[in-house]
Design a protein. Structure first.
Length: 168
């Protein structure tokens, strides 16, 4: 009897912790307050199943010159079940910036798009033929900046339902 009471008490405590953690606020990032010099917003979310998940860590990256063109790669992960994806890119460079999205595990290229200087571009999976969502796993965003260093920000949001991304 005491064993059942102890197990019930532990389960109740775990449930209370889970509910409290899932109610924690999500911080919204303001692109106007970010120093975009050679940095890209990306990262991963390890939340308790909140939809949508906003991914946003400011990680400075070093551009690499490849055949006279500056390239920069950043990565993120889509957790299983969170396959609906919204990417909002901000080009802070003085010239056009090309971005591509590739699924690292299968080498599938999802898109390539050129963003004009000082402009933004939003890509939403279900508006581009992926109604069932994206495959879970690791993704690579490649930034190509021509002769200058790419300066950009990307907001990555994943969700369980399409409607969750339509709200944000």
């Amino acid at each position: 009897m005491k064993k059942k009471s102890a197990i019930l008490g532990i389960l109740t405590l775990l449930l209370a912790v889970f509910i409290t953690a899932s109610a924690a606020p999500v911080q919204t990032l303001d692109p106007g307050k970010v120093n975009p010099a050679a940095s890209v917003f990306y990262g991963s979310s390890k939340g308790p199943g909140i939809a949508p998940r906003e991914i946003g860590l400011n990680i400075p990256l070093t551009p690499v010159k490849v055949a006279g063109e500056t390239q920069l790669k950043s990565s993120f992960k889509i957790e299983p079940g969170f396959g609906h994806l919204k990417l909002t890119f901000y080009n802070r460079s003085s010239e056009p910036l090309k971005v591509t999205l590739e699924h690292k595990d299968t080498n599938k290229n999802y898109f390539g798009h050129e963003i004009p200087a000082n402009s933004e571009y939003t890509w939403i999976s279900f508006m581009n033929g992926f109604d069932q969502g994206m495959r879970g796993g690791n993704y690579i965003i490649q930034w190509l900046g021509g002769k200058s260093d790419p300066q950009g920000i990307v907001y990555v949001k994943t969700a369980i339902e399409m409607a969750d991304l339509a709200k944000v």
